[in-house]
Design a protein around this ligand. Structure first.
Ligand code: G3P
Ligand code: MG
Length: 228
């Protein structure tokens, strides 16, 4: 059993507090996670906002595409749990370098601003590049970050094509492959680990948690990181 697996809270700590909100991230920190995973979109006024879906409907009292709203408009909405949609900058201020931050680029045109913010926090706020990892299912977004700043650690997300993820990872010098845990076997983990860190998502129940941990993955992303 690998006891040094990193415990990463999914969307803050989705199992306990409304996903991708500051209170969710605060709870994750309280639970002693090693890292937090969040999703980001670019809103109409240019800020990166922390949100999973492309539309507001499931998680807020608003409706429509998140990218069409300015941050000032989004700030007026309430998420489930009665919170505000945070910006990436607010999340960084809250985490204050206390754990790893996995920023998943979800929405279009998020790469440049994510790279800019990360560089600013490294240059001005005492963070180190190794405190970050940018991941995405979208190859073009990861390629953009790689072109802008080769110091930012990159992770390739996959839930259906491991071979493609591995060959793409090589082209952007990725540090990790983030795999839907149902695709993993002990042999696959062993092979991936020869070149990459292996992050397994999203593992919530005790049975798969113990099994996936026993494969020796480097990190587990979970709605309930306290179960790991
Ligand atoms: O980063 C792992 C996981 O968050 C990817 O899936 O849909 O929950 O963002 P999703
Ligand atoms: Mg995500």
């Amino acid at each position: 059993m690998n006891s040094s697996v990193l415990k990463i809270g999914h969307r803050g700590v989705k199992g306990h507090v409304a996903e991708n909100t500051l209170p969710s991230i605060q709870r994750a920190l309280k639970l002693g996670v090693d890292g937090v995973e969040i999703d980001v979109h670019r809103c109409a006024s240019g800020e990166l906002v922390v949100f999973h879906d492309f539309t507001l409907d499931r998680m807020t009292n608003g409706t429509g595409e998140i990218s069409k709203f300015t941050y000032r408009e989004l700030k007026k909405l309430k998420t489930k749990g009665n919170f505000e949609i945070p910006t990436l900058a607010q999340v960084l201020t809250l985490i204050d370098n206390k754990c790893l931050l996995n920023v998943e680029l979800k929405g279009h045109d998020t790469a440049k601003e994510a790279a800019r913010i990360i560089k600013f926090y490294v240059d001005k706020k005492g963070w180190e590049y190794k405190n970050f990892i940018i991941s995405s299912f979208h190859e073009e977004l990861l390629e953009s970050v790689y072109e802008i700043n080769k110091d930012i650690p990159l992770g390739v997300l996959t839930e259906n094509n491991l071979d493609r993820a591995v060959s793409f990872a090589k082209t952007i010098n990725a540090v990790s492959i983030h795999v839907n845990y149902t695709m993993l076997t002990e042999e696959i983990v062993e092979e991936l680990k020869q070149n990459y860190k292996v992050f397994a998502f999203t593992v919530n129940n005790l049975n798969p948690l113990a099994r996936i941990q026993s494969y020796g993955v480097d990190a587990i992303i979970s709605d309930y990181p306290d179960r790991i």
